[in-house]
Write a protein that binds this ligand. Structure first.
Ligand code: KG4
Ligand code: ZN
Length: 411
């Protein structure tokens, strides 16, 4: 069974084709991402109408490129899957309308996927059995034909009990036992989501203001770095850590400490806007003093480190609190910020020590950010487990993109 998936919720035009096999394995046949980051960076953040214009320009050529990569024709596709929301509505509308047109034209079912469940299901691709093809292209004009064979990638959606696709075959899960606790950290979301089974999502904690990725991006802006700032702040913090190890550093840089918002609060919610403001005030205070260019480069690194330390502390402690309360068998990290090594390694280490029986996983690095492979995997999960399968046949006319789609709207 071939599933064709589309993701256009933000600034990436992403298309993928997965093959879901009878034995329950699946393989990524093509994975194309055309990123608009450079265009939006000039504006310091995502401009929705600009994003829509770029999606409109890029969608059909990226589809063509994806089919070429998989060496397939659209009429061979069995199932279409698309991000229905949440996200920027002008951007979502483009992806969903292309998906609806394809579903109508080829008379094949269409599945609407929640962007966050896509991130969650990106964990179900087994990292140990090959790496997902990377075909990240900054601008479409750079998308060139590729002829090499894709690597085989298997998901944890494997070990079919039965031959039929409609049976309970999603044993992926043989290694990811429920309940699963998800920590989703992206540019738009910071949530703790408990899953007692497939497609059953209970949000047990979330940010009251900024998302983690948003805070990284805003702090980067304060320090004068480009959008998106997450990877830059992360790299700056790593450099500060190296300097600490080499013991070459003046004590004043080590004394920066930012607040850990809501850490002591017994609930599982987060808040990052105060942390970002604390960074701003600290920076403004420094600006009033006299610092050389060289000193500024060091201040930036240590501000980034102190900010990241606060974020990591909050994420770790809230996750531990959620584990204590809900007793999950598995903890999955996901979302664009899950590419952050410090967050990943801290959680991994902490769980190994405190809860050695819990299975912890994070997505393959190339699948942490927005991509269409995750929309295909979540589409397969919906295809197997959704209670509303009938809608897949009529979605070509009924599916509605929603900027504020809730996870529960899709069950
Ligand atoms: O999931 P994603 O690609 O898009 C949304 O759904 O929002 O996440 C993008 C976010 C951006 O805020 C970006 O700065 C952040 O993920 N990010 C990182 C890292 N890589 C990406 N944040 C911290 N450390 C990173 N290494
Ligand atoms: Zn995302």
């Amino acid at each position: 069974m071939l599933i064709f998936s589309i993701e256009t919720s933000c600034d990436e035009t992403a298309i993928a084709i997965l093959e879901f096999k009878k034995n329950g394995d699946f393989e990524v046949l093509a994975n194309q991402i055309s990123s608009q980051i450079k265009i939006h960076a000039e504006w310091g953040g995502i401009v929705p109408n600009l994003a829509a214009r770029e999606h409109a320009k890029n969608l059909l050529p990226v589809i063509q490129q994806t089919l070429k990569e998989a060496n397939l024709d659209l009429k061979q596709i069995d199932l279409f899957s698309v991000t229905q929301g949440p996200g920027l509505i002008p951007a979502l509308l483009l992806g969903t309308n292309v998906a609806k047109t394809l579903s109508y034209f080829y008379q094949k079912p269409l599945i609407g996927v929640h962007h966050i469940e896509g991130h969650i299901y990106s964990n179900f691709i087994n990292k140990n059995q090959g790496s997902v093809r990377k075909s990240r292209n900054t601008l479409l004009s750079k998308v060139q034909g590729k002829t090499e064979q894709p690597n085989e990638v298997y998901s944890r959606i494997n070990r079919a009990r039965n031959e039929g696709f409609d049976k309970e075959i999603c044993q992926n899960c043989s290694s990811f036992e429920f309940p699963i606790l998800n920590l989703v950290v992206s540019g738009g979301h910071t949530q703790l989501i408990l899953m007692k089974n497939h497609l059953q999502y209970e949000i047990i904690g979330e940010t009251q203001d900024d998302a983690v990725g948003e805070a990284y991006d805003k702090v980067a802006k304060i320090l004068g770095f480009e959008y998106p700032g997450g990877p830059i702040i992360s790299a700056q913090a790593t450099e500060a850590e190296k300097m600490v190890k080499n013991k070459t550093i003046n004590k004043k840089y080590l004394e920066i400490k930012f607040p850990r918002p809501m850490l002591q609060n017994p609930n599982l919610n987060f808040s990052f806007s105060g942390l970002k403001t604390a960074v701003l005030y600290f920076y403004q205070k420094l600006e009033k003093e006299n610092h050389t260019k060289e000193e500024w480069t060091i201040w930036n690194k240590f501000i980034a480190k102190a900010f990241q330390d606060a974020v990591v502390d909050v994420l770790k402690n809230k996750t531990l609190k959620a584990i204590k309360k809900h007793n999950p068998k598995t903890v999955l990290l996901s979302g664009g910020v899950s590419a952050n090594n410090k967050i990943l390694e801290t959680l991994k280490k902490e769980l190994k020590i405190t809860y050695p029986k819990i299975v912890f996983n994070s997505p393959e690095k190339s699948l942490c950010g927005d991509n269409a492979v995750m929309i295909g995997v979540a589409g397969i999960a919906r295809y197997l487990y959704s209670k509303n399968k009938k809608t897949f046949q009529t979605n070509w006319k009924d599916l509605e993109a929603s900027s504020s789609l809730k996870l529960k709207d899709l069950n």
